[in-house]
Design a protein around this ligand. Structure first.
Ligand SMILES: O=C(O)C(=O)C[C@]1(C(=O)O)C=C[C@@H](O)C=C1
Length: 100
């Protein structure tokens, strides 16, 4: 990270720019999470706790490699995945209501 901002406004402009990218990526990630519901038989498979731990281990490694703080990245991911699980449970329940 080699950008040295000259003002708080410049800092916040950069944060706003990054937030736009993050939200776009969350939209893309969320669309794939919703598709995962189609391949799962029940709510335990939706929650997939072993997969959650795989993802956490992977993003902690990525954080180390990319200069992020793993102790920030992990709770962000745990919170994000918890929210995606709720959305995927709702998607799974909606699919179960569909005929055929
Ligand atoms: O990998 C899956 O099975 C997913 O549904 C994706 C995802 C995630 O957001 O990473 C969401 C729910 C599961 O708890 C595990 C992981």
């Amino acid at each position: 990270m080699d950008v040295h901002c000259q003002s708080l406004a410049e800092v916040r402009a950069n944060i706003d720019r990054i937030d736009r990218q993050l939200v776009a990526l969350l939209a893309e990630r969320g669309a794939f999470v919703a598709q995962a519901a189609r391949f799962k038989r029940n709510s335990e498979e939706v929650k997939a706790p072993q997969r959650v731990e795989q993802v956490i281990a992977k993003v902690r490694e990525l954080a180390q490699a990319l200069g992020a703080n793993p102790d920030v990245v992990e709770p962000v991911y745990r919170s994000m995945i918890a929210a995606f699980i709720q959305a995927e449970l709702a998607e799974h329940a909606a699919l179960a209501q569909q005929p055929g």
